[in-house]
Design a protein around this ligand. Structure first.
Ligand SMILES: [Zn+2]
Length: 579
C-alpha cells in the first residue's frame, strides 16, 4: 500500500480490532466476567489509564505573584526552578474575590469556586442564627485531639471539620471518580489550610502545639504512625536551633536593612537575624515554631512520612495530596515582605520544595506526578514603609472606626443603641434585634451605615446587602464583581467595605500585624500559578487567569467532573497536551 492515507486507515482499523478483543468493549462483543472487572477498574481513575499516579497541590501562603521570578537567580535547580524550567507558568493570575485571605483563597484553589459558591467568605463571620462569630473550619461536633494537656494556646471556636465548605473539592472529585479507591490527604502548618483542601472525603493534619494533630471528623484517634512521628519530638529539637541566613550573607539584597523600625517581633524572635528558637515557655516556643521557617520544615518532614506510610502514588488509583506551607505568610505578617527575614524565608521555601520533589521522584517518580503550585493571596508592602516613600498608606484603627459608625448612626437615626453588632473585615454586621426594637427598617439602616462608612477616611466603597441581593451592582466594575463573587447570603455582612489602596482596613487583632493582606487591590490578588507534569510544556502565559481555574484544569486533565461549585475554566495550555 503506497498511499500513506490508506496505511493510516488500515492501522487504525487494526488498532480498533485489538482494543475490542483485548478489553471486550461492549459495542464489539459481550464482556466476560474477568474482563468486566478490568474495564470497570480502568474507568475508575485507574493509574493504568492516567498519565499520573499523584496530584500534588502545593500552596505557599502569601506568596505574591512576583516573588518567584524576583528571586529566580538565587534558587537552586530542583525547587521553584524545576517548575519554572519544565512547567507552564501563569504570570498574571489574580483572585476575583474581595477578601484575599487564607480561608477564602484555599477554598477557591481546591474548588474552582468563588466564595459565593464555596461559602468561605472570610476567615470568620458572624452567624445571626447562632448569635456568635464562626471560624471558617470550626465544628463543635468534632473535637481536636490535644497534644499537650497544659497548653494555654487559644483556639478559635470549638472542634474542627470541613462542614462550612459548601462545594466539593478536587480531592473529593478524585475520590468519587475512583469509586473511593484514591487516597486524599491535606497537610499544613495552619488548621484551615489543611481542613479546607482535605474536603469532606480527605484526611487533614495540621501543626499544633509541637506536633501534627487532626480531629474526630477524620479519625477515632490519632493514627499510630502520626503518634510515632510526634513522639520523635522533632519540634522540641528546635530548642537548640537558631534561624541563621541560609546563603552567604553578602548575597542578600536586604543585608543592610535587617532592623527597620516597622518590623515586628514574636515573643523571643526579635527584629534581627540570627534568631534563637530557644524559649523555656512552651506556649511561646511552639508559637515561635508555628510562625517562622520551622513551620514549613515540620510540614515537609511530616509529609515525607505521610507519603511513605500511606504509600501515596503507588497503588491502583490516582492519589491527591495538598500541602500548604504557611511560613511565608507568618514571616510576612511579623517582619514584612521586604524584610531580610522574608528574603531568607523564600530561599528556604525553594530548598524545601527541592527536597520534596527529590523525595517524590524517588518514591513515585516526578514523571508520574502532576504538580500544581499557587498561593492563597498576595500581600502589600508594610504601611509604615510606604509612608517613608510618601505614599498615602494608612492603618484604620478598628475601634475608632466602630465608634464613628455607631455615633454616626445614632445621630442620623435618633436612637440610643449601638446598631453595629460587629465589624469583621470586610463586613459590618448590624444588630437586627436592636433595629427591630427601635422599629427601624433594616434596609434603611444598611443604607445609612454605608453612607456613614464612606465618610471615614480610607473607606473607598461600601455596598449594602440589599443592593447586592437585588442585583444593583454592576458586572462591568471590577470591585462590584469582587463583592458579588464574595457574597453568600447567610454569612456575608449587611455592609461590604472596600478600603483604598494601601489602606489597611482589618479588624482587631489582625490590624496589629506588621504586614497585611485582604484587600481587593492587585498586590493582594496577584499570585503565581505553576503546572508541571506529563505532557505539560515549558511556557510562560501572560493572559489573566485565576486560581478558580486550577481545580477545573486538574479535573479536565484527569477526565473527571469539576467540583460542584466550580466556576473557573480549564487552562488550555495545560489540558491540550498529549498526556
Ligand atoms: Zn495571612
Amino acid at each position: 500500500m503506497e498511499n500513506p492515507r490508506l496505511w493510516r486507515i488500515a492501522v487504525a482499523l487494526l488498532c480498533l480490532f485489538a482494543v475490542c478483543t483485548t478489553y471486550g468493549g461492549a459495542s464489539c462483543e459481550e464482556l466476560k466476567a474477568g474482563d468486566r472487572t478490568v474495564a470497570v477498574k480502568h474507568g475508575s481513575l485507574s493509574t493504568v489509564d492516567q498519565p499520573v499516579s499523584l496530584v500534588l497541590q502545593i500552596t505557599i501562603d502569601q506568596l505574591r505573584g512576583d516573588q518567584p521570578s524576583r528571586f529566580k537567580s538565587r534558587f537552586g535547580p530542583r525547587g521553584f526552578r524545576y517548575l519554572m524550567d519544565r512547567g507552564t507558568i501563569y504570570s498574571n493570575a489574580h483572585y476575583d474575590h474581595a477578601d484575599t485571605e487564607t480561608g477564602p483563597g484555599h477554598a477557591t484553589l481546591v474548588t474552582g469556586a468563588e466564595p459565593a459558591q464555596h461559602g468561605i467568605v472570610s476567615g470568620e463571620w458572624w452567624s445571626s442564627r447562632l448569635k456568635k462569630e464562626v471560624y471558617s473550619v470550626e465544628d463543635a461536633n468534632f473535637p481536636v485531639f490535644p497534644l499537650r494537656k497544659d497548653s494555654k494556646k487559644q483556639i478559635r471556636g470549638e472542634g474542627r471539620g470541613p462542614g462550612n465548605l459548601l462545594s466539593t473539592t478536587i480531592g473529593d472529585e478524585i475520590f468519587l471518580a475512583s469509586d473511593e479507591r484514591s487516597k486524599i490527604f491535606a497537610v499544613s502548618g495552619k488548621d484551615r489550610s489543611a481542613i479546607i483542601p482535605g474536603g469532606r472525603t480527605g484526611k487533614a493534619f495540621w501543626f499544633h502545639d509541637g506536633g501534627f494533630t487532626t480531629s474526630s471528623y477524620y479519625f477515632k484517634e490519632i493514627p499510630g504512625w502520626v503518634k510515632a512521628w510526634n513522639d520523635k519530638k522533632l519540634a522540641d529539637s528546635y530548642q537548640t536551633k537558631t534561624w541563621t541566613l541560609l546563603q552567604d550573607p553578602s548575597t542578600y539584597i536586604r543585608a543592610g536593612r535587617d532592623d527597620m523600625p516597622w518590623e515586628g517581633t514574636l515573643h523571643h524572635l526579635g527584629r534581627t537575624m540570627p534568631k534563637s528558637f530557644a524559649n523555656p515557655n512552651l506556649d511561646q516556643f511552639y508559637e515561635g515554631l508555628e510562625q517562622s521557617i520551622a513551620s514549613d520544615e515540620m510540614v515537609l518532614a511530616f509529609s515525607k512520612e505521610l507519603i511513605a506510610q500511606e504509600n501515596l502514588g503507588r497503588h491502583e488509583s490516582v492519589d491527591y495530596l495538598s500541602l500548604s506551607f504557611a511560613s511565608t505568610d507568618y514571616v510576612g505578617h511579623t517582619w514584612g515582605i521586604s524584610s531580610l527575614e522574608a528574603e531568607d524565608n523564600i530561599l528556604r521555601v525553594d530548598k524545601n520544595l527541592a527536597e520534596l520533589f527529590d523525595y517524590i521522584d524517588k518514591k513515585i517518580g516526578l514523571e508520574r506526578t502532576l504538580i500544581v503550585l499557587s498561593a492563597d493571596h498576595g500581600t502589600g508592602e508594610v504601611t509604615e514603609y510606604m509612608q517613608t516613600l510618601r505614599f498615602p498608606a494608612k492603618r484604620v484603627d478598628p475601634f475608632d472606626f466602630l465608634k464613628h459608625m455607631n455615633d454616626g448612626l445614632k445621630k442620623r437615626l435618633r436612637v440610643g443603641d449601638n446598631l453595629i453588632r460587629i465589624f469583621i473585615y470586610p463586613y459590618l454586621y448590624l444588630d437586627e434585634d436592636l433595629i427591630a426594637k427601635n422599629k427601624l427598617s433594616l434596609e434603611t439602616v444598611e443604607r445609612q451605615a454605608a453612607e456613614v462608612a464612606l465618610q471615614y477616611p480610607g473607606i473607598e466603597f461600601a455596598a449594602c446587602r440589599e443592593d447586592i441581593l437585588n442585583g444593583r451592582l454592576s458586572s462591568s466594575q471590577l470591585h462590584h464583581v469582587q463583592i458579588m463573587n464574595t457574597f453568600q447570603p447567610e454569612r456575608s455582612g449587611h455592609v461590604h467595605l472596600i478600603g483604598g489602596q494601601y489602606v489597611n482596613l482589618v479588624h482587631y487583632p489582625w490590624n496589629k500585624k506588621t504586614g497585611l493582606h485582604g484587600s481587593v487591590w492587585s498586590y493582594d490578588t496577584f499570585v503565581p500559578i505553576f503546572f508541571a507534569g506529563p505532557g505539560i510544556k515549558p511556557q510562560m502565559v501572560a493572559r489573566r487567569v485565576g486560581p478558580h481555574d486550577i481545580a477545573p484544569t486538574i479535573a479536565n486533565y484527569l477526565g473527571i467532573k469539576p467540583p460542584s461549585g466550580s466556576v473557573g475554566n480549564p487552562l488550555a495550555e495545560v489540558v491540550q497536551t498529549e498526556h
